[in-house]
Ligand binder design. Sequence first.
Ligand SMILES: Cc1cc2nc3c(=O)[nH]c(=O)nc-3n(C[C@H](O)[C@H](O)[C@H](O)COP(=O)(O)OP(=O)(O)OC[C@H]3O[C@@H](n4cnc5c(N)ncnc54)[C@H](O)[C@@H]3O)c2cc1C
Length: 458
Amino acid sequence: MSAGIGRRYDVIIVGDGVAGCFTALHLPRDYQILMITKGGLEESDSFLAQGGICVLKDDGDYDSYYEDTMKAGHYENRAESVDIMIRSSRNIIHELIGYGVEFTKNADGSYRFTREGAHSTNRIMYHDDETGKEITSKLLRAVENLHNVTLLTHTPMIDILERDNSCDGVLIETQDGERKPVFANHVMWACGGIGGIYENSTNFPHLTGDALGISLRHGIKLDHVNYIQIHPTTLYSTKKERRFLISESVRGEGAHLLDKNGNRFADELLPRDVLSQEILKQMRIDGTKHVWLDMTCITKVDIVKRFPHIFEHCMSLGIDARKDWLPVVPAQHYFMGGVWVDQYSHTTMKHLYAAGETACNGVHGANRLASNSLLESLVFAKRAALNMVERDASDEMRGERRFFNTLLDKDDTEIQRFYYLDPDDYVDMDKFESGMKTAIWAEIDRENKITGREVHNS
Ligand SMILES: Cc1cc2nc3c(=O)[nH]c(=O)nc-3n(C[C@H](O)[C@H](O)[C@H](O)COP(=O)(O)OP(=O)(O)OC[C@H]3O[C@@H](n4cnc5c(N)ncnc54)[C@H](O)[C@@H]3O)c2cc1C
C-alpha cells in the first residue's frame, strides 16, 4: 500500500530472489531499504532452481572448474568475473549455511556433491531437487527479520528517476494502482530473466526483462542480449503455462535421452546449447514434438528420494518415472546477457547497480555452465552492496546526493514532470508492457544480425 511507502530510502532493491535478498543482507542495518517485487513473495525464479549450486570443493579443483566454465561459455566469458566467482564460492556456501540452508549429506555426515552437464567432476551442492527453494526461503526469512527493510509485493518498478545519467530512484506502481516516485541513494536491479517474453519458458511469466526495457529508454549499456540459454529438457505440454524443468542432474545421475524408437541419439552431458540443438535435430528427423527421457535406467540412486519434486510432479500428470519415459522438449531457460555491469555490479549509470540474471558481468560467456547462476547472483549481489557502502563514504557522493533533497517535498506529479516521465505513457499498462517487449525483441534481433546467431523463439 502506498501508505507504507516512504519518499526516500538509502537503497531501493527491485526483486526478492537470491540477488535481491543477498544485497539487503549485506547492507548496514542503519540503512533504510525498500525492496519491491512485481509478483508474490515466492514468485521468483530463485525458488525454482532444482539442480544445485557450484562450489570450489578444494583448491585442486580451481583449474578444472575455471576451464569447465570457460569452455561451456565458448571462451567468451570475462575471465576476471569467473575468477571472482570461483574464489568467492566457499565463502558464499559458508554464509548460506549460516542462514540455515541445509545441503544434502552422505550417511557419514559429509556433504554430497552432484554433477551436471559439462562439469568434469562432481562439485554441485544441492538440497534434494529443490535447492533454490531451500536457499531462497532461508534468505527471504532473514530479510523479513530485518527491521530496516520494507518489503512490498505486487509493486512493480515502471521506470527510473534519471538526471544526467545518474539514477535518483524509481517510479513504482503501488498496490492501489498509484504511480509513485521514490528516491534512493542507490538502486539495485535484481529483476531476474526474460523468460516472460517467450511462449515456452521455464521462468515465471512476470519476468519480462523490465530492466532491459528501461535501459533501452535511458541509454544504459546492455551486453550480449542475444545470449539466451535454451534448456534441453523441460516436460512437454500442450498447455500454455510455465514449462516444468527436468533438471540436468537427472541426466547427471544417468538418465538417457531416447528418440521415437527408443534409441539413444546424443551424449546426455553435452553442454546445454549443443544438446538442445541435438534434441531439436532429432525431433525434426522423427517428426515429433518431443523426445523421451528415460529415468528407469538410473541405478546409482533411488529416483523417488533423489528427485522427489520431479517425481511427484510427473506422478500428478500420470507419468510414473520409475517405469514410464518422460516426454521432454527444449525451452527458454536462462539469460546470459543483460545490463552491462563491472566487477562491482555497477551499471553505466551512476548509482544504478544490477546483479543476478538481469545483469551481465560476463561470468557465463555465451552459455552458462549448469548451477553457476545461483552462485554468480549471490557473489555479485554481495559485491554490489559492499560497493554501495564504500561509495557512500566518499565526499563526492555526499555532495551529489544533496541534490534530490530539494525535491522531497514536491508532489508526485511535479517530481515525475521534473524527471520527464510522462504520465500518459503509463495510462495503458498493457500497451506500455507490450512496447517494452517489442523493444527487447528488436534489440535481440539486432544483436543476432550483428553476430550471426539464431533467434531462439521456442
Ligand atoms: C526452473 C529453473 C531451474 C533452475 N535451476 C537452477 C539451478 O539448479 N542452479 C542454478 O544455479 N540456477 C538455476 N536456475 C537459474 C536461477 O534460478 C536464476 O538464474 C536465479 O535464481 C536468478 O536470481 P535473481 O535473483 O537474479 O532473479 P529471480 O530469482 O528471478 O528474481 C527476480 C525478482 O525480480 C522481480 N521483478 C522483476 N521485474 C520487476 C519489476 N519490474 N518490478 C519489481 N520487481 C520485479 C520479480 O518479482 C522477482 O522477485 C534455474 C532457473 C529456473 C527457471
